[in-house]
Design a protein around this ligand. Sequence first.
Ligand code: TRP
Length: 447
Amino acid sequence: MSEEKRSIHGTWSSRWTFILAATGSAVGLGNIWKFPYMAGDNGGGAFVLVYLACICIIGLPIMLGEIMIGRRGRSSPANSMKSLAAEANTTSAWTLLGATGALAGLLILSFYSVAAGWAMSYIFNGFQNITAESSSSSFNNLLSSPLSLIFWHSLFIAITVFIVARGILKGLEKWINTLMPMLFLIILLLCIYAMQTGAFFEGLRYLFMPDFSKINPQVMLEALGQAFFTLSLGMGAIMAYGAYMPANQNIGKTAVSVAALDTGVALLAGIAIFPIVFANGLAPSEGPGLVFVTLPIAFSAMPFGILFGTLFFVLLSIAALSSSISLIEPGVAWLIESLKIKRITATILLGFAAWFIGLFSALSFNLLSEFTILGKNFFDATDFLTNQIMLPLGGIFIAIFVGWVMKKEHVLDELGFQENFIFKAWYFSVRFVAPTLVGLVFLYFFL
Ligand code: TRP
């Protein structure tokens, strides 16, 4: 193992920090905002089933691969790929994969920040006397106000830039350590609330009873994209974090814990939200507004709802921040290494780019709503391009890199594995299963 080699950006302060930071990256709007609405748009159980299969069969093996590349390369994703390609005597064109990953990160951040802005603005919602109608109309009011959307989007990017410019290795741990369990507890509380709405079982049935007739190429691609998105895979975020991971940490166990925590949070969010949807006569296919319409209804109906509601959206905003910093870190680390510029300069540069592109997403709900690409507004089009195309494609190449480009002895050495059954199953997956399945979903969708 690469004992002495450390990243020029530093190392996590303890073994737990990597797990915390990677979980902080994975758990975010993807779990609480995106997963429920995508499940609702795609018919519930069928989507959830394909999503869970994608997490286990494709996501987990690729996550191991990403951590491993990062830790062995000990630099930004682009430069880690470059040095590992050199170690395997192949072309440095693999740097490109890291570079497009950094670009995907910026594009994701551009619209992620707009949605994170919704969460921040909901901190001040008040959570009193909210009905299904009033909740829908206040969300629509927010969307129709360009100034509010741009304000919150700008604030979110500014906070992200502030944290990343100071360096993510310090301080992150403490925050994630205490705030994530609190977020988890409020989601549990919402689940308990959901139990007494009278529609709890209807919600569970919707989420977990697959209607196989609803599985089609589109559902499969969306579930695949969501699996990558929620685990922060396919663009180098986990790779960048892996570069700061101590050499004596077990990569396999770490990856399993992160994936399990992330999936648990998404499922609990679904369990909390769908009963509220049905109990209030809302449609599961409400779209991106689903959580923002349903949860305020629940908070306004429960005791101490103002307290819990405010706290929930504070914590959700922080969870979004611990994700957004991982979207920009691969690009920042790369700029620092290759242009030899200061961290603060690199961060401001990329933050500005994400902010600027994000303006179009913010305006796509109001002033620019007529402007569509392939029938999607700018927000949805960026989401589609990144999550359904760039991340899975990045995932195929990462799997190929680990399975076919890197030498097997280097892989074994870095993972600290014996050539046992688990290794063989994983290696088979990155060599054959993951690339083929992702390829098939693409073929199936585009042909
Ligand atoms: N996983 C995060 C979420 O669920 C979003 C995210 C952070 C992400 N870093 C990423 C998505 C890298 C894709 C790639 O909210």
